[in-house]
Design a protein around this ligand. Sequence first.
Ligand SMILES: Cc1cc2nc3c(=O)[nH]c(=O)nc-3n(C[C@H](O)[C@H](O)[C@H](O)COP(=O)(O)OP(=O)(O)OC[C@H]3O[C@@H](n4cnc5c(N)ncnc54)[C@H](O)[C@@H]3O)c2cc1C
Length: 506
Amino acid sequence: MINAAFAVLSGDAGGVAEPEQVDVVVVGLGVGGEEVAGRLAESGLSVVGVERDLVGGECPYWGCIPSKMMIRAANALAEARRIDGLAGSAQVRPDWAPVAKRIREEATDTWNDRAAVDRFVGRGGRFVRGSGRLDGPGRVRVGDQLFEARYGVVIGTGTRPSVPPVEGLADTPYWTNHHAIEVEELPGSLLVLGGGAIGLELSQVFARFGVRVTIVEALDRVLAVEEPEASEAATSALRADGVEVHTGVRTERVDHDGERFTLRAHGGAEFTAERLLVVTGRRAHLDELGLEAVGVDADQRYLPVDDRMRVTDGIWAVGDVTGEGAFTHIAMYQAAIVIADVLDRARHARPGADPSGTASVVGGAMGAASALGASGSSGTAGTVPRADYRALPRVTFTDPEIGAVGLTEEQARSRGINVQVGFSKLGESTRGWIHRVGDEGFIKLIADADEGVLIGATSAGPAGGEVLSGLVVAVHAAVPLSQLRHMIYAYPTFHRAIEDALRHLR
Ligand SMILES: Cc1cc2nc3c(=O)[nH]c(=O)nc-3n(C[C@H](O)[C@H](O)[C@H](O)COP(=O)(O)OP(=O)(O)OC[C@H]3O[C@@H](n4cnc5c(N)ncnc54)[C@H](O)[C@@H]3O)c2cc1C
């Protein structure tokens, strides 16, 4: 699905090429890599951006954007179904065609990245299509091209679906998120292996469009990384949409007979469906990056970085590959730090001199970096911001939406923190009562009683991800509980449930 206008460069090098000198090489132009490469190029550095598939990566083509278009459509169906008893009656006839068309035409340009490539080149970057591989300190090989970076190499190669080693599975035509996003005609039934955020979001979408969906999860609850109350809310919402949810089920074997999949579980249970979607997590493929050439262990799940995103001297990593959270907002946050640190290095490497126009523009890009929102000591020119994930927000875009920030109750207790918990149900708030059908949700607050601040929160409800924003500020800025109790919450909003939960903290 790559743009035919660009040559595909991959495979082994063949001959030994003279390295071409550049300032920075960015390998992998997903959300994080594209941002780093584009900003550094705009700053006047000579930047080579290497991408083997589509510039923009997973988020615009097979992730956030098309999946949220699907969710928007599915939620419209669900809202229409809520008219009965509230505002008359409505008959809903779902049709997948406009959703598939919107994804094809508006979101992905039929999975063509011409516009993104042009955007990068327009910012001053040099684009190379192919697989990048480290070839020694500062060196990256792409097919028979060899680049040597003066200031450094940035790895933004993301993750790919992690497929469990279940007997028979590899020989079947199972779906990953790519197939689920590209689907033009919906199957009658779908097995979803994995009850994490992506599995839940896609399950609810397909169920709302009439697909018989069955989720099979090995752990004892879906959305297991979040609060148990979040798992319960998601499970009952999915069941209300007709999704079968099976937890604590260990898959032992998968077969496909040409028409249907059969999943056999430990203990003898069997599940069948026309299609099988595998969403059991994602993993980085470090073995492809030539890390041994720079003395970095490739036998790790992710590429560990310090708080300036440095892997080792002259190598930075950004986005999912770092394992700090598989979210576009993490990739963007980290990108701002990488940009600032690379420019800092460039400035120190050439004090006074400005052969590539770097020095004159470094300040500008530093401003851009802090404008992007990297925190820590950001904002002061010349100071590289440090990564701080204390207030990392995450939203599962099911209906109800489940937003969370910081620590869960269990995480806080396991750290020995003197924990207080506050809980309120959305349905018991004025706005929830007015909203009536579809008002499921809650606020759960986790406070450090000794410090008198929130260290975690969950906000589930019709606008759970939006309500979360106030809680993210509270955790990020360590706003004292006394301040949170004495601020004014607009009436009658969903976020007033935060005030109720604060009142119940104990
Ligand atoms: C279904 C789904 C829904 C999601 N929804 C959300 C959401 O709502 N909100 C959110 O914040 N996040 C969401 N995400 C996660 C989000 O998509 C990722 O966090 C984000 O794409 C990470 O960006 P990245 O730059 O780290 O990597 P990627 O986007 O994965 O990009 C990495 C790029 O590197 C390229 N590459 C890899 N190896 C090489 C190599 N050796 N040489 C050259 N190129 C290489 C790949 O082709 C790819 O284009 C979702 C993900 C999925 C799958």
